[in-house]
Design a binder for this molecule. Structure first.
Ligand SMILES: [Mg+2]
Length: 284
């Protein structure tokens, strides 16, 4: 069972200060950005942006956004430099220097386009369902559909997936079905790839709000993993009460990261003393 994050601050502060480097992985929708009815309307709050920009300049931190959105979409919504972006559930990763693109056979790409076309046609007259063709993945959002229609929508998605006759993977997130071209890519594989590239024996930290973030929680057993909103079924070590607490988490992180790599003899971690530096307080 996960622990309430802010009840465990003395222990968490000590782990951070003892680390040599931090790899900080953050989901976008429902974590950095509040969930909205239409995915096109999601945006990064100004306070969150300032906190991320401050973290991105810290030499002891590598920052990565791990999203199910297409990589261009998520990068456009943040536009922060000197950080990694991963899109399409680990199919794409890049920063200014490094680049990963999951190899998808031509036959699978063709089958994905055909499936996206079938689903789009299928749901074009269903009110409240949005089919998003994102290249290596397809999202079927149904947040705006009447609840009575949700079982029927699930059945239709499964039918079309079965007819595609391809070993695509389907996952169920927060009012969204995700179909992926590669059965080997997920948010966990993205994090492991980044940990390997970054090196430095870093402490990984991951924050996410959805079922697809569980792959990352599972892939980072040595890390601090945080589920936004408590969940009965999670592999995360900790949880935040809700999305509004993410800024409080980022403030704590930005203040504490200044002490990463401090000699252990100087660690002064007392309950409730993780604190917020004046510099960070000014950002809020
Ligand atoms: Mg999310």
């Amino acid at each position: 069972m996960s622990l309430p994050f802010f009840d465990d601050l003395p222990n968490l502060t000590e782990r951070l200060v003892s680390a040599v480097h931090l790899d900080v992985f953050l989901d976008f929708d429902g974590t950095l950005a509040p969930l909205v009815e239409h995915p096109a309307d999601a945006s990064l709050p100004a306070v969150t942006r300032r906190l991320l920009e401050a973290l991105a300049t810290e030499p002891n931190v590598t920052l990565a956004i791990i999203s199910g959105r297409a990589i261009d979409d998520v990068e456009h919504r943040l536009g922060i430099e000197n950080i990694f972006y991963s899109g399409n559930h680990g199919h794409e990763i890049r920063d200014a220097a490094l680049r990963f693109q999951a190899p998808i056979p031509a036959s699978a790409q063709a089958a994905m386009r055909a499936l996206a076309g079938t689903l789009t046609k299928r749901f074009q007259t269903t009110s409240g369902v949005l089919v998003e063709d994102k290249g290596p993945t397809i999202s079927i959002h149904y947040r705006l559909a009447p609840e009575a229609e949700w079982p029927g929508i699930a059945r239709m998605v499964q039918e079309d997936l079965k007819a595609a006759k391809h070993p695509f993977r389907i996952t169920h997130g927060n009012k969204v079905y995700e179909i992926r071209a590669s059965t080997e890519c997920d948010k966990g594989t993205a994090c492991r790839w980044l940990c390997e590239q970054i090196g430095q024996d870093a402490l990984p930290i991951y924050v996410g709000d959805d079922a697809t973030d569980e792959d990352a929680f599972a892939a980072l057993p040595e890390g601090i993993t945080v589920r936004v909103k408590p969940s009965g079924v999670t592999l995360a070590t900790h949880h935040l009460d809700d999305q509004a607490d993410v800024n409080r988490f980022l403030s704590w992180l930005a203040a504490t990261v200044k002490r990463v790599g401090e000699p252990k003899t100087r660690v002064q971690s007392r309950p409730g003393q993780a604190g917020t530096s004046n510099a960070i307080a000014n950002l809020l």
